[in-house]
Ligand binder design. Structure first.
Ligand SMILES: Nc1nc2c(c(=O)[nH]1)N(C=O)[C@@H](CNc1ccc(C(=O)N[C@@H](CCC(=O)O)C(=O)O)cc1)CN2
Ligand SMILES: Nc1ncnc2c1ncn2[C@@H]1O[C@H](COP(=O)(O)OP(=O)(O)OP(=O)(O)O)[C@@H](O)[C@H]1O
Length: 196
């Protein structure tokens, strides 16, 4: 299957999950993530506003331990730059839809930070395999924003944890030269560390 056909199939699959099942899975994922050392050690955490059937990270913000964290949502930098910055996000934030109709926090550009100033980034996945390879929406937003992590050293930020429903697992994904490997992957039914 081509990457675009796979994207279509997996996006359609996650959109069929019922509202009660989705809520249950999101809570199970939040519990798992909140116990993860990557989460416990992080202060500045990039999440996303769920769209197109993505598993929600909003319950994570209400977990014990989350009160000491600062959460951020991705914002599109310029119409065609195709890279991301991260804007502070709390339940009080005023949001405005971007050109993909995804809500973004309004507010000063000064308050936003580049991805390298996050401790932990939780990435929405369209698909993943058990080697920890990731399939995204295909815009290259995350790959482009994370290009500095190609030459990874132990201390580099942020830690990258992909999140998805377990039904988004596929046997094997093609690897592209620009793919930036994840550190770990979590679904409602489990987390695993990616070994390279
Ligand atoms: N929740 C969430 N926020 C995110 C992402 C994401 O995957 N999930 N992104 C991850 O990159 C960035 C936005 N990237 C996106 C890339 C493609 C499409 C998309 O829906 N494409 C449409 C056609 C788009 C158009 O109108 O031009 C499509 O494929 O059907 C949306 C967002 C930043 N924010
Ligand atoms: N560092 C980079 N610099 C320039 N272009 C890039 C870079 N990384 C990725 N791209 C481009 O982004 C496009 C999308 O890549 P790909 O199909 O791997 O997306 P993806 O796996 O869905 O990931 P993403 O979530 O980042 O969209 C590709 O056409 C690729 O050429």
């Amino acid at each position: 299957m081509t990457k675009s056909a796979l994207r279509r199939t997996l996006r359609a699959r996650r959109r069929t999950i019922s509202i009660p099942l989705a809520a249950h899975a999101a809570l199970a994922l939040a519990k798992r993530l909140s116990r993860l050392p990557h989460f416990r050690r992080a202060r500045d955490i990039g999440i996303y506003w769920p769209m197109d059937g993505e598993i929600s990270l909003l319950p994570l913000m209400r977990m014990p331990g989350a009160r000491k964290k600062r959460f951020y949502l991705p914002v599109l930098v310029k119409p065609f730059a195709r890279s991301l910055r991260f804007a502070p996000f709390s339940p009080k934030s005023v949001l405005r839809k971007n050109r993909f109709t995804i809500p973004e926090p309004r507010g000063k550009r000064r308050a936003q930070r580049p991805v390298r100033r996050l401790d932990l980034l939780l990435l929405p996945l369209v698909g993943f395999d058990r080697h920890g390879h990731r399939l995204g929406m295909g815009g290259g937003f995350y790959d482009r924003s994370l290009a500095h992590l190609h030459h990874r050293t132990a201390w580099q930020r942020p830690r990258l944890v992909g999140v998805a429903y377990s039904c988004q697992e596929v046997p094997l994904l093609p690897v592209e030269p620009w793919d930036v490997p994840l550190h770990a992957l979590c679904t409602e039914s489990g987390c695993f560390t990616v070994t390279s």
